[in-house]
Design a protein around this ligand. Structure first.
Ligand SMILES: Cc1cc2nc3c(=O)[nH]c(=O)nc-3n(C[C@H](O)[C@H](O)[C@H](O)COP(=O)(O)O)c2cc1C
Length: 511
């Protein structure tokens, strides 16, 4: 996340030096602070604690058959994990990048390099990012602040970067809040979405967009895919907080208090991910931000992430030693593999599609349906039960899924239609015409010919015939905790027999 400005851009007060020394100093600060200080978000978690993976006592697979491999953006990975974009520009950054790249190569992970704007300004610093020689097979991401597209950089510079770093894709980071907290930060974010779309159209490499730890809301996830990005990394809150990092760098107590106000800012990673998956069910979504072990990673995959990113913990491990970073990679991979085994997931697709992740408190085998009881007014009653069903949906706590509304009767139907008085009269007449009531018209009404007829058996052959044309149930989408009904749609319990007590079951199923 470099911030010096050149050309038509203003130089900031905080970066007075030439030859990128200000940028280099800031990058060195960022490394030191991330390694030595507590920079975790405060008062907000990554959100994965709200979920648990469902244990499967009989997984019906062999541990050694569990396969964590996948292909992403044309590269083969051994596990769905990437070491997220961090650094470059200093000698220490060079050492860390090369250590992490070698670990990624050995573990079969993907890896992101830190913001490489400094390379465009000072090509002599390219060696601090160069890792291809130690990571020939790694899915490698180059990185640039998206805001730089508003400060004079475009497809040509991005192309140069990708070629210089021999990267497979470009990751643009969105860091509006961080820039706002840095003295003299690059805060001209207006019109960026169009510039991202333009870049996607012109660049020969895939473009990925990420946040830096405050999350991306679903409407923007959708807009980014519509703009042509290949993947979105939601990079949510709950892990490294860049307001906390910047707080440690700021000199004045006032500036530090301003930064501290954002310690719990952002959308948690789990929430971003769930919502992103809802609005982009078929697109490539990555999850990062506060992923701290293989269980978080497994939950993220189960909630729809294709890849899971980790930054801060790998930086601290690499600062210690290559062995420590390799150890951490091995721990992530092993825990993920065993979590897959213990949920009965042989492949990542099994983990993602098998319904293995439940919100805490959600029943393991589903909850029993709600039962609504009604006393109807006799044949031809169209009872509008929409509001009751909506209340059941609300009480279920299910945000997205389906609601199944079912009548346990053969002469009382459930149908969706318009609640308009004259139309209901039309329906009654229509049903009467199609299956008129009348003695002798229906064999079912010849009680003498039927064994075991109860004494209170009604004459209702016509009711059964009318029911045959209707149905016992309707299934409705639940979106954002509410029934997604069309403007005129209402749910009716339709009485086809006589005045009766009727029971309707409503089952709300999370999607
Ligand atoms: C030292 C450090 C430097 C970072 N620099 C960048 C960067 O240059 N570009 C970027 O997109 N993200 C950068 N990030 C953000 C991470 O990629 C990631 O989004 C964020 O740290 C949240 O993940 P975490 O909680 O696992 O650390 C940096 C993170 C760290 C710890």
């Amino acid at each position: 996340m470099s911030r010096t400005e050149l050309g038509n851009k203003t130089k900031t007060a905080e970066v007075p030096s030439q030859n990128g020394k200000g940028t280099v100093a800031r990058k060195a600060d960022h490394l030191r602070i991330n390694i030595e200080d507590d920079v975790t978000a405060k008062g907000i978690s990554n959100g994965f604690d709200d979920y648990r993976l469902v244990h499967r006592a009989l997984p019906e697979i062999d541990l050694e058959a569990v396969d964590t491999s996948l292909e992403v953006l044309g590269r083969q990975l051994s596990a769905p994990i990437f070491i997220s974009c961090m650094t470059g520009g200093t000698d220490e950054a060079r050492r860390i990048n090369r250590t992490l790249a070698a670990v990624a190569q050995e573990a079969g992970f993907a890896m992101g390099l830190g913001s490489a704007r400094v390379v465009l300004e000072h090509p002599e610093l390219v060696s601090t990012f160069a890792v291809r020689d130690v990571a020939p097979d790694v899915l490698l991401f180059a990185n640039l602040g998206a805001v730089q597209l508003n400060y004079g950089y475009g497809p040509d510079e991005c192309r140069r970067l990708l070629e210089l770093l021999d990267a497979d894709a470009l990751v643009l980071h969105l860091n509006a809040l961080q820039e706002a907290l840095q003295p003299g930060g690059d805060t001209r974010f207006a019109g960026l979405l169009d510039r991202i779309a333009d870049l996607c159209a012109k660049l020969e490499w895939p473009v990925v967009v990420k946040e830096v730890g405050w999350g991306i809301a679903p409407d923007l996830v959708r807009a980014l895919f519509d703009a042509g990005v290949a993947a979105v990394d939601v990079a949510g809150a709950g892990g490294t907080s860049w307001s906390e990092v910047e707080r440690h760098r700021l000199a004045s107590p006032l500036a530090r208090r301003v930064a501290a106000a954002f310690a719990d800012w952002g959308i948690s990673t789990a929430e971003c991910l769930r919502e992103a998956r809802r609005v982009a069910p078929h697109e490539l979504i990555f999850a990062s931000g506060g992923i701290r072990d293989g269980i978080d990673a497994a939950k993220a995959i189960a909630l729809g992430a294709a890849l899971v990113g980790v930054a801060g913990p790998f930086l601290r491990a690499a600062a210690q030693s290559r062995e420590a970073a390799l150890d951490l990679a091995g721990e992530f991979a092993q825990v993920l593999r065993i979590a897959m085994f213990a949920t009965g997931s042989r492949t990542l697709a099994d983990l993602r599609l098998g319904g293995h992740c439940r919100r805490r408190g959600e029943a393991l085998c589903g909850s029993r349906p709600a039962r609504l009881t009604y006393r109807t007014a006799g044949a031809g009653t169209f009872l509008d039960i929409t509001d009751d069903v909506a209340r059941v949906v609300e009480a279920s706590g299910v945000r997205n899924g389906i609601a199944h509304v079912y009548s346990a009767h053969t002469t009382a139907a459930i149908r969706i239609n318009e609640n308009e008085r004259l139309l209901l009269r039309d329906f009654r007449r229509f049903l009467e015409n199609i299956a008129p009531a009348g003695d002798g018209l229906y064999e079912h009404d010849n009680h003498a010919m039927r064994p075991d007829v109860p004494p209170d058996e009604p004459v209702n052959g016509h009711s059964h015939c009318r029911h045959l044309l209707l149905a016992s149930s309707e299934t409705l989408p639940v979106v954002d905790g509410a029934l997604a009904l069309g403007r005129w749609q209402r749910i009716f319990l339709i009485e086809l027999c006589s005045q009766r007590t009727r029971e309707v079951a409503v089952q709300v199923i999370p999607g």
